[in-house]
Design a protein around this ligand. Structure first.
Ligand SMILES: Nc1nc2c(ncn2[C@@H]2O[C@H](COP(=O)(O)OP(=O)(O)OP(=O)(O)O)[C@@H](O)[C@H]2O)c(=O)[nH]1
Ligand SMILES: [Mg+2]
Length: 222
């Protein structure tokens, strides 16, 4: 009984913190995109490729979630994009209070869209509302096409799935049609993109989708 009480209180606290994030975003008219996926699925590489294509017409920033290092944040900073590091000190997912304090470190009046790179993990981040408008899961071809069905909680809540590393298709057993089919069954509204950051293919449709998500958010449709 006691344990249930404590868990419930923690959940309420987390929901209140996500609401605080939503307030900050609404006040500053900023869209927050939560990017999730397994370790090494290509989240930072996707962000690098996306930012290169977006920053001419959208003002972006990134929050980098990591257990212990600044490596991903440094990759983003090298592009000249504002970035705040969130160190979880071993934690396997980001929490809304961390996101809230990091947002306050950015000059939000000069920003339209913030990407959060979550800690590499296909399980825990799905359970935490960060106050984001949009959830994106990056799934690399090397992980196998069974992941949508094996980790349904992550994929069910995704607004978009980016199938990454398509250049590795000849070397891996991965059927992109299975991902589309299983995603359709889990969440028919989710968009599915197939990209290769190395070969720079498939990125235009994904970048258009990001633009659309930011437009919808700024007109209050999301
Ligand atoms: N072949 C190929 N390799 C890629 C592609 N995108 C990323 N990689 C490689 O995959 C590895 C992991 O990429 P990251 O972008 O660092 O992955 P991540 O999801 O940010 O990793 P964590 O932050 O550690 O969870 C790197 O060696 C990348 O160069 C791609 O499109 N094709
Ligand atoms: Mg990364």
């Amino acid at each position: 009984m006691m344990r249930i009480e404590v868990l419930k209180r923690l959940q309420e606290q987390s929901e209140a913190e996500a609401d605080e994030v939503r307030q900050v975003l609404a006040q500053n008219r900023v869209t927050l995109i939560n990017v999730m996926g397994s370790p090494g699925s290509g989240k930072t590489t996707l962000l690098e490729a996306t930012l290169k294509r977006l920053t001419t017409d959208l003002k972006c920033a990134v929050l980098e979630g990591d257990l212990a290092t600044l490596q991903d944040a440094e990759r983003i900073a090298d592009l000249g994009v504002p970035v705040a590091q969130l160190l979880t000190e071993g934690g396997c997912h980001l929490k809304p209070n961390l996101v809230h304090s990091a947002l306050l470190r950015l000059d939000l009046s000069a920003i339209d869209c913030v990407f959060v790179e979550n800690v590499g993990n296909l399980v825990c981040p799905a359970n935490f509302d960060l106050g984001e408008h949009t959830r994106v899961v990056v799934l690399s071809v090397a992980e196998g096409d069974d992941k949508t069905s094996k980790y349904p909680y992550m994929f069910k809540q995704a607004d978009a799935v980016v199938v990454s590393k398509l250049d590795l298709l000849p070397l891996c057993r991965f059927d992109p049609a299975r991902t589309r089919r299983e995603m359709h069954a889990l969440n028919p509204k989710a968009a599915v993109f197939e990209i290769s950051a190395v070969q720079e293919t498939g990125l235009e449709a994904w970048v258009r989708w990001v633009h659309h998500a930011v437009e919808q958010c700024s007109t209050g449709l999301r």
